[in-house]
Design a binder for this molecule. Structure first.
Ligand code: AMP
Ligand code: ZN
Length: 466
């Protein structure tokens, strides 16, 4: 039973999808104005871990991650470079997917781009106008927060009283608004050369928040299971998504909200504006490897802050090397047939601890501790030659199971080639002719450990892969 902390209720809750056995989630993806830093990728990896864990639990997952490919920064940068928005963002979109794949993340089912969903956004804005949740001012359109009494239900910010002069960060659009809290849904172009689209609500460009309402509801429906994002997005972005979506449809938007804590550097959030960041590419240039960066970023539960240090990253490199070495040793061990009950029990316990950790709000620290417990015990057994063929399979199966979520062990050893199988079978036949049955059995066991089953028939030896 997976429990997650739902920002909406402020409680740890059992995750019950709307349709049993199916989970649908939306994750606020990158703004493709530059290369992503590893703080952004910490959140991306957290979403990947959740996606993989839902599948581990047997659920069918539909995931959507948007690309924000239009915003004020992108417009300014593109203009500076003398490029269109599409020309400017192409490079960063490609780079994002390269880094995403290299970091071992599974692609979402849909990765919609904001610029390709302008009509869907305009349709929601038109509905909001009809329902009196939006108003026009200087050809721009704003959301009227006073029309949505539930505003603040996610962030728990109390909006009673005069917010305009308060300390909360409010939208900083420069146009005339009824209330300082109101935010832009649609922005009229300030000049003729500013990028703009024609739509049912006029000519202009969308505000940031509306894109996520439009793209999530388009692909997941008006009400869906789960909405994810970094903790910085709770307010105003996600609060505004709720106001827009529920204001337009009258139905509940996302049922669970899961927010990831930040990657920090000496107590400060890693961010472009603070200049305290590393991109994935910076770290690769420094000689670090993708699996170690992934391991480091997932080593602390997503709802806990993680502090970046080079020491921790060097530690992750060592851990990855030892995990991979461990799996190779288990694969290559020449085991006798049978089973060692102590090891079977250890494997079962590790799988149980792993799942209990992940079930507890994706506690990856506990899950990793279970993996390390298993490696320690099995290493001891290997040193004492106590590992048997059945254990060997169980350990390798458990690693594959852990890795379906963690994805840090890397590719498993390439499958044994046909020629090598034939060579071992020939050697076994020779051993039998010499009446060296010990050697013949060893070869049979070695092949069995590598997934090859031998059948002695009257026409000779046949083999098949398990
Ligand atoms: P952005 O590209 O700024 O739109 O951010 C993409 C995602 O990264 C969002 O879900 C942010 O909440 C998240 N994010 C930004 N900075 C950090 C950080 N230092 N640690 C973890 N996640 C972050
Ligand atoms: Zn969003």
């Amino acid at each position: 039973m997976l429990r997650i902390h739902n920002t909406l209720s402020g409680q740890l809750e059992e995750f019950r999808p709307m349709v049993a056995g199916e989970a649908k989630f939306y994750y606020c993806g990158p703004t493709v104005w530059d290369f992503g830093h590893i703080g952004n990728f910490r959140s991306t990896i957290a979403a990947d871990i959740l996606r993989r864990y839902l599948k581990f639990k047997g659920l069918r997952v539909t995931s959507v991650m948007n690309l924000t490919d239009v915003d004020d920064r992108i417009i300014a940068k593109a203009a500076e470079a003398g490029k269109t928005i599409d020309e400017y963002t192409a490079r960063y979109i490609d780079a994002f997917w390269e880094d995403f794949d290299a970091l071992g993340c599974e692609r979402p089912d849909v990765a919609p781009r904001a610029t390709r969903h302008i009509d869907e956004m305009a349709d929601i804005i038109a509905k909001l106008e009809q329902r009196n949740h939006a108003y026009r001012s200087d050809d721009s359109i704003y959301y009227r927060i006073s029309s949505f009494p539930n505003y603040g239900k996610l962030s728990k910010i109390n909006f009673a009283g005069n917010i305009a002069g308060g300390s909360q960060r409010v939208d900083t659009d420069k146009y005339e608004k009824e209330d300082a809290r109101d935010f832009a849904l649609w922005k009229a172009p300030a000049s003729a050369d500013e990028p703009a689209w024609d739509s049912v609500v006029g000519r202009g460009r969308p505000g940031w928040h509306i894109e996520c309402s439009a793209m999530s509801m388009k692909y997941l429906g008006e009400t869906f299971d789960l909405h994810l994002g970094g903790i910085d997005l709770v307010f105003p972005h996600h609060e505004n998504e709720i106001a827009q979506s529920e204001g337009a449809t009258g139905n509940q938007f996302a049922r669970y909200w899961f927010h990831f804590e930040h990657l920090k550097v000496e107590g400060e959030t890693m961010s472009k504006s603070k200049g305290n960041y590393y991109t994935y590419r910076d770290l690769i240039e420094k000689g670090f490897t993708a699996p170690a960066i992934r391991y480091f970023l997932l080593s602390v539960p997503p709802r806990k802050q993680l502090n970046f240090t080079f020491d921790a990253l060097r530690g992750a490199e060592k851990t990855i090397a030892s995990l991979r070495d461990f799996r190779a040793r288990v694969q290559e061990a020449r085991t006798e047939s049978g089973r060692n009950e102590t090891i079977s029990a250890t494997v079962l316990q590790a799988l149980k601890d792993f799942e209990a950790g992940m079930d507890d709000d994706l506690n990856t620290s506990v899950a990793l501790a279970a993996v390390h417990d298993l490696t320690r015990e099995v290493n001891t057994a290997l040193a004492r030659d106590a590992l048997r063929a059945d254990d060997q399979h169980e350990v390798l199966d458990a690693i594959a199971r852990f890795d379906s979520v963690l994805n840090v062990f890397g590719e498993s050893k390439p499958q044994i080639l046909d020629e090598e199988i034939q060579r071992l079978i020939d050697e076994r036949q020779e051993a039998r002719h010499r009446r060296d049955f010990k050697r013949a059995d060893e070869i049979r066991d070695e092949l069995a450990a590598r997934g090859i089953i031998l059948e002695d028939t009257k026409d000779g030896v046949r083999w098949k892969r398990k």
